[in-house]
Design a protein around this ligand. Structure first.
Ligand SMILES: Cc1ncc(COP(=O)(O)O)c(C=O)c1O
Length: 403
């Protein structure tokens, strides 16, 4: 397991009793990321791509450097395939709106029952607007993707297949490569929600084979306000822009406009410049550890926590009961108690977890979660076995104090 990681994160210095188990929602930020953002505002702040004065040139360089780093981090062919958005949700909406023109009545859009609402509602709305057919690939009782069902659902009429790489509820790492290859065989466009994979496991977008991959900076040690959409160059070049305005144009006439090159065509208005600088520092931090090491840490935590959770009869776990092909996210209920009461009790012990539907209501229903309210404990690089022990000890005692 990684050790002494908390010392890099000021939030733990300022909240010495905090046991933060909500990284699935957003990660904490290392000092280097916070410093990089401050340094940018103090020394280099100017708008980008507009000024020919040195400060603006420097600021532009920092923004472009950030794209280069992110491109290398996910093994993209070129930084021109990296579009910065507000968050992953915006990236997924961008793809949906820009591809909408290709969808006709009766076409099929295939997603999975285990999607976060960010990769579900946009496709549901597109299907409604276009009278297309929305199909869901099922999962098994533990939330693992049913590949047999995928083979049946993806047909010659499928135009888009959108799938999450790692579930934010069960932590399952889905075999996206297999689903993508099924989609490719029928000529469908593939979109991957990588929000919970890019921060936790090595991701190579070219090996994965998808056409689009979206994720958020704030879940991978970066600041809020920046998301990444990677798109295959040939698609980005062909696609219609999503937002219109400054920076994304080449020429503007009174009644016509032409578009800038990619990726600027998709970045209307002032982009998240300081956030890009922060994300760059986040990538440096993760590279400093190594993504293989990050994943190894998750695996060790998973083995440690899973064993203990499964030994408690009063805990109902939603998700795999085995440690393979998953990250350290645990969604559960305490028999007889409401998830909010459990989360509140954990908070009294300084343990921050999330309770509710985790923006994945259809999945929770599929997994049989009562009332679709559950507690989720999600671990990251700064969590260690002591954090896990604190959670387990609190869960052993929760029924004594609540209910
Ligand atoms: C799997 C998954 N997809 C999409 C999102 C949406 O991310 P954001 O709110 O940063 O757009 C999340 C956030 O929780 C997520 O876990």
């Amino acid at each position: 397991m990684l050790t002494n990681m908390k010392s890099h994160f000021p939030v733990f210095e300022n909240n010495p009793n905090l046991i933060y188990l909500d990284s699935g929602a957003t990660s904490q930020k290392p000092r280097t990321v916070i410093d990089a953002i401050r340094d940018f505002y103090e020394k280099h702040n100017a708008n980008i791509h507009r000024g020919i004065y040195s400060l603006s040139v420097r600021s532009t360089q920092k923004y472009e450097e950030s794209k280069g780093k992110v491109a290398r981090f996910i093994k993209a062919r070129s930084p021109s395939e990296i579009v910065y958005t507000k968050n992953a949700t915006e990236g997924l909406n961008l793809v949906m709106y820009s591809l909408a023109g290709r969808i006709r009545e009766g076409d099929e859009i295939v997603i999975t029952i285990s999607e976060h609402h960010a990769n579900l509602v946009p496709w549901q709305q597109l299907a409604k607007r276009k009278r297309a057919i929305l199909k869901y690939i099922d999962v098994d009782e533990e939330g693992r993707l049913n590949l047999k069902d995928a083979r049946q659902k993806i047909t010659g009429r499928t135009r888009i297949v959108a799938i999450n790489h790692v579930s934010n509820v069960t932590g399952v790492i889905h075999p996206v490569e297999e689903v993508i290859s099924m989609a490719k065989k029928v000529g469908a466009i593939t979109v991957v929600d990588a929000c919970q994979s890019v921060p936790h496991i090595p991701v190579d977008v070219r090996k994965m084979g998808a056409d689009f991959v979206a994720f958020s900076g704030h879940k991978m040690l970066g600041p809020t306000g920046i998301g990444v959409l990677w798109g295959r160059e040939e698609f980005l070049k062909e696609m219609e822009p999503f937002l219109f305005g400054g920076d994304m144009i080449e020429t503007v006439e009174l009644y016509e406009s032409t578009w800038n090159d990619i990726p600027m065509k998709f970045e209307a208005g002032t982009p998240p410049i300081a956030e890009a600088v922060g994300l760059s520092a986040a990538v440096d931090f993760l590279n400093g550890i190594g993504m293989e090491e990050v994943y190894e840490h998750e695996r060790r935590i998973t083995e440690y926590v899973l064993d203990k959770l499964l030994s408690m009869d009063h805990i109902v776990l939603y998700g795999p009961r085995t440690p393979e092909d998953r990250i350290a996210i645990f969604t559960f209920n305490v028999k007889g108690l409401h998830a909010h009461d459990v989360a509140q009790f954990l908070d009294y012990r300084g343990i921050a977890t999330r309770s509710g539907h985790h923006c994945a209501q259809p999945l929770l229903r599929r997994l049989g979660a009562e009332g679709t309210s559950t507690v989720r404990a999600s671990f990251y690089i700064y969590n260690d076995s002591r954090d896990a022990d604190a959670l387990i000890e609190a869960l052993k005692e929760v029924k004594k104090y609540v209910g």
